[in-house]
Ligand binder design. Structure first.
Ligand code: UN1
Length: 498
């Protein structure tokens, strides 16, 4: 057995062990015999040290000119690019998604970091004329202070960069708590920031569980904003922890995303989209397609083309370039998938069309593999049509016409992403207008957002904020409106301008 490496927390510019002396293992979901490293099992004391370091660093970092802060970001992007392949392989090993996708994840970090580095020379505010003479008005962004960053395992580096890069370029400092399944990607990310000259305390990393690290982070009064991506239940906890002191929180949570296939759709295009949307990342994207709402006229024809393609998907270790779909991230995630398959089989009328079983033999023996699974004849009220599964399971819901498709699409608690397949521009725009989600696609699946538009959702998916794009700046800064009176006299707004 190769010696298992131990990784540390990063606090105030030093790699340090947790005071607890405890660690946890990082197990490869494709082969559980492989331990990728021991990581610090930290607790409140470590969190408090990291927050104190970030608070101290904020005093000087906020005064570094934004273009100078951005120079460090440009270097980080270049540096990550140089080691893209290594980080991608390690990410596949720690969380299972296929290598093409982990390369995409690391690419998204590079894209976001360049994009936010550009904000070093923008962060535009407004100037506007005053109603009074000899008076100047403008608005400027000001940083908030220490940001608590809680990231998920499905996009372990990309989502860290979505939150940390805008925070840093605006002059905030951060404490990162990554998901326990993906601490290695977080260590890699943090190391690159360190190597490229981010000053001590500006970014701190504390690994450990939600209860031992997440909870003390969200309740720490020195944290000005929490940015969280994860489940709706935990999001509720974050929201209520921040509420008493009105500390800000940005929440990005679950989805039950649908592709609508209208009766004039290009069917082969829709089949490709459903395959990628539902089974990409083993269905473990917040934006994954988990419902296919299809016009009844196309239902049979669609399934005749879709099911053989699902059957042909190659499941396996994501490091193998020929594999289409990797394992679930963990035993418990796999159990959730199996539980929903059971629920689906018990729903009155739903039909398991393909898949439905855990894969356990041969090369699958030591991993958390599950067959790509499709349920047909699903109706909108069924649990598999309403609840997030986060696995390779998709429900096909036949409907009559576009109006009904939109109604069914909207009729879930979540509102992250949706899509429509049609060749009719009028219907495409109607669907775009009437579907109430944060992200919408035409003739493309529900996944594939780019870094320079806002990312997030409506209803229980979010709390009104967005990450990515310019919108992310609003999470990590507050406006200050500034009035400069150079008249040398007292001038009263709304009164002296009559
Ligand atoms: C997620 O859905 O969990 O939009 C993040 C996409 C990726 C990010 C997905 N760029 O599919």
């Amino acid at each position: 057995m190769a010696k298992v490496k131990t990784y540390k927390n990063y606090i105030d510019g030093e790699w340090v062990s947790s005071h607890t002396g405890r660690t946890f293992d990082n197990i490869n979901p494709a082969d559980t015999r492989q331990n990728l490293g021991r990581f610090q099992r930290s607790d409140k004391k470590d969190v408090d040290r990291a927050v104190a370091a970030a608070k101290k660093a904020f005093k000087t970092w906020r005064l570094v000119p934004a273009p100078k802060r951005a120079e460090i970001l440009y270097r980080i992007a270049d540096r990550i690019w140089a080691d893209k392949e290594k980080f991608s392989q390690q990410m596949t090993m720690e969380m299972g998604k296929i290598i093409a996708e982990t390369r995409g994840d690391v690419q998204e970090v590079i894209d976001m970091t360049y994009y936010m580095a550009g904000e070093g020379r923008r962060q535009f505010g407004q100037t506007t004329p005053s109603e009074l003479q000899n008076k100047f008005m403008m608005s400027v962004r000001q940083p908030l202070g220490v940001c608590g960053i809680i990231t998920p395992w499905n996009f372990p580096m990309a989502i860290a960069s979505w939150k940390i890069m805008p925070a840093l370029v605006l002059g905030n400092t951060c404490v990162l708590k990554p998901a326990t399944y993906t601490p290695l990607s977080a260590v890699n990310f943090t190391k690159m920031c360190e190597e490229c000259g981010l000053p001590p305390g500006v970014l701190n990393l504390v690994t450990g569980s939600g209860s031992e690290v997440g909870e003390p982070l969200i309740t720490n009064k020195d944290i000005s904003v929490i940015s969280f991506t994860g489940s709706t239940e935990v999001g509720q906890r974050v929201s209520s922890a921040c509420a008493p002191d009105f500390r800000h929180c940005h929440l990005e949570m679950g989805g039950k995303n649908a592709i609508m296939i209208l009766d004039d759709a290009k069917l082969d295009l829709a089949v490709d989209g459903c395959l990628w949307g539902a089974f990409g990342t083993t269905g473990q994207r917040c934006t994954a397609t988990s419902r296919i709402i299809i016009d009844k006229k196309l239902y049979r024809k669609f399934l005749n083309r879709f099911l053989p393609r699902v059957k042909a998907l190659r499941v396996g270790n994501g490091l193998d370039e020929k594999v289409d779909m990797g394992p679930s991230v963990s035993e418990s995630q796999l159990k959730t998938v199996m539980e929903y398959v059971k629920i689906g089989q018990e729903e009155d009328g739903a039909k398991l069309l393909i898949g439905g079983k855990r894969l356990t033999r041969g090369k699958y023996r030591n991993g958390f593999y599950h067959e790509p699974t499709v349920f047909g004849n699903v109706t909108p009220g069924m649990r598999i049509a309403k609840e997030e599964i986060f696995g390779p399971v998709v429900s096909v819901i036949p409907v009559n016409g576009m109006k009904k498709a939109i109604e069914v699409c909207n009729n879930v608690a979540y509102g992250l992403s949706a899509s429509v397949y049609t060749q009719d521009v009028n219907r495409a725009f109607t669907a775009m207008r009437d579907v109430y989600t944060g992200i919408f696609y035409v003739n493309a699946p529900t996944i594939g957002a780019e870094v320079h538009l806002p990312f997030g959702g409506t209803k229980v998916t979010g709390n009104g904020h967005r990450e990515a794009g310019i919108a992310a700046l609003d999470v990590f800064s507050e406006w200050k409106s500034v009035y400069i009176d150079f008249s040398g006299t007292i001038q009263r707004a709304q009164i002296d301008n009559q």
